[in-house]
Write a protein that binds this ligand. Structure first.
Ligand code: PLP
Length: 363
């Protein structure tokens, strides 16, 4: 395969070449059945095998304990912003939200449409976020229905490295941009959710890991399509699931397993992100990383150059080198390299080299 772009887009993001090639080889004739997996019934044995394998890969790679269910839902992470409060927030209760970026703020906005929700902390200063709060920054309500955090702040390049202790209050984490970048202790969470399109697979499927008692205790005065229980009771086959997206998720997770799973993912992510941070830290006069060092993300690296003109020039020259997706989010500007699990180490090496070359030529 030649001419594959060095893809640093924030999401949908790059997928492993092996996962794409497997899909290509099986596209019109899945497993000798004379049909594409897309054309199979979601109740038939061919799809069922893919579906079960994908569910068990999530369980295995994240060491999900028996106390938690794994669900495949639709509607992306933003659907979870609504589904979490709809299921878990009751009249007379309040939910806590820790605001570390625009996705947390949007999640809080949805919860307020459902019931009572309050800010347990915010690290927003002059419209931007440059850090993750410490435990002592948090003003937690011990009676909260749950406490919501954003594990990795995709736009601002910050990430929780030590998850907060919320006591008996279920911790809910939006891990859309970092699930499976490292091992996690799933037992510490009430709900984990992630749109697949950054670290796990293509857009169209959302992975939800939820504690059994929260499924069972979920509200029943909401439509069935919004209840976790509808999907949990039917192994995520309550209605037609996004079969092709789940098939691609399976292919992607199979590659992650082959590469050594969550621990190997963490080592590789640390290595990739260090390559970029090291180049920038060596020349703080030219590269400005707005994020506080302890809060730096190993998935999304953000930085500024001395002027916006230089940033434009950088993007144009990167494109000539076949590097794409390096523009910062439109709401924050600057530059960003999204270096998720499936981003090749060689691409990051090339980018680090180019950063230094660019500095020498323009510094
Ligand atoms: C991308 C992203 C979202 C939005 O995901 P959708 O699947 O498009 O709804 C939410 N939260 C985080 C942290 C993200 O990175």
């Amino acid at each position: 395969m030649t001419n594959r772009a060095m893809n640093f887009y924030a999401g949908p993001a790059t997928l492993p070449l092996a996962a794409l090639e497997r899909a290509r080889d099986e596209l019109v004739d899945f497993d000798g059945t004379g049909m594409s997996i897309m054309e199979h019934s979601h109740r038939g044995p061919s799809y069922d095998a893919v579906h079960s394998e994908a569910l068990s890969l999530v369980r295995e790679l994240l060491e999900v304990p028996d106390t938690h269910r794994v669900l495949f839902l639709q509607g992306g992470a933003r659907h979870q912003f609504a589904m979490v409060p709809l299921n878990l927030l009751r009249d007379g209760q309040s939910a806590d939200y820790v605001d570390t970026g625009s996705w947390s703020a949007k999640a809080l906005g949805e919860a307020k449409l459902v019931g009572e929700a309050r800010l347990a902390a915010s690290t927003k200063v002059d419209g931007v976020y440059t850090r993750i709060p410490t435990q002592s920054d948090l003003d937690l309500d011990p009676k909260a229905a749950y406490c919501h955090i954003t594990s990795n702040n995709t736009l601002f390049g910050t990430q929780w490295h030590d998850y907060p202790d919320t006591g008996d209050v279920p911790l809910v984490a939006d891990m859309t941009s970092d699930l499976l970048c490292r091992p996690i202790d799933v037992s510490k969470f009430g709900v984990i959710f992630a749109g697949a399109q950054k670290n796990l697979g293509p857009a169209g499927v959302t992975v939800v890991i939820i504690r059994e008692d929260l499924v069972e205790g979920g509200r029943t005065d909401i439509p069935q399509v919004l209840r976790y229980k509808s999907f949990a009771d039917k192994d995520s086959l309550w209605n037609t699931p996004p079969t092709f997206a789940i098939y691609m998720l399976r292919n992607t997770l199979a590659v992650a397993k082959e590469r050594g799973g969550a621990r190997a993912m963490r080592a590789a992510a640390n290595e990739r992100s260090s390559m970029l941070y090291d180049v920038m830290d060596a020349h703080p006069d030219f590269f400005r990383c707005p994020v506080e060092e302890e809060s730096r993300s190993i998935m999304n690296v953000v930085w500024r150059l001395p002027t916006e003109e230089l940033e434009k020039k950088f993007l144009a020259e990167a494109k000539e080198r076949n590097m794409v997706g390096l523009k910062g989010h439109r709401s924050v500007g600057g530059l960003r390299a999204s270096i998720y699990n499936n981003c090749e180490k060689a691409w990051v090496e090339a980018l680090a080299g180019f950063l230094d070359e660019f500095r020498v030529a323009n510094g």
